[in-house]
Design a protein around this ligand. Sequence first.
Ligand code: THG
Length: 278
Amino acid sequence: METRLSSTTKEVLISDKEPTILIGERINPSGKQKLVAALQAGNLELVRKEALAQVQAGADILDVNVGAAGVDEVTLLPQAVQAVTDVVDVPLCLDSSNPAALESALKVYHGKPLINSVTGEEHRLVKVLPLVKKYKTAVIGLTMDDEGIPNNPERRAAIAHKIVERAEASGIPREDIIIDCLSLSIGADNEAGLVTIETIGKVKAELGVNLTLGASNISFGLPDRNLLNSAFLVTAIIAGVNCPIVDVAKARPIILAADLILGRDKHARRYIEAYRQR
Ligand code: THG
């Protein structure tokens, strides 16, 4: 299964045979007061700065999310896309729950982006899948529906099946659907990690699709978050995740180690190069 994304001049290939692709999470105002204030003022300087820093740290793709109180995403998301492409040339993951904001960003994007995201909810499927088709993008499908996020792997995987079926029926190829099996806080529910890992295994075996995951959610409310995120990332990569959404500077070393162990780094070239740079 190969998903191809592109920027103006670069192509990124997501596949189990390739090294893990890192989607940088840091252009996102959640938990960042300074970024919230800048976005409310329409100031995109911090967005440019985070874009550059993440690509220098090894991000292959950047997630762009400008959702915050008092922000008009329909206006600001395309402006953020422009700001990011002024300073870096990597494919983008357009992260918004507002379909109108997604479409205004798609209109200014050059290349093939990833839309983040659709769910199994009927109102989301009917709004987002036509955008994926019209703009020939790829899309992240979250394993949640009108009843929320199921707490068992069978029902979570069933939503992945539904999203893939609906997308294929709309003429979207399966390789352009990337499933997110969703991680919740382990601090709130000690089975949360296991449910996610088991869902990843099922979805990979049953659908063969590429898989993403927002790995930092797992450690909310617990100490030593990077340790827990790292352990979870490795477990998720072995189970089948191949393009996680991460804090790149923190996650890249452990991901390079996992790739080396899994035979995705010939002659340990990437692992050794990253060590030399540190
Ligand atoms: N799946 C998909 N998309 C997603 C998520 C997901 N997009 C958003 C989110 N989850 C992934 N992005 C982030 C961004 C920031 C943080 C976590 C996930 C985060 N921020 C710090 C905090 O809240 O403590 C901010 C602190 C800082 O670094 O300054 O942890 O799951 N498809």
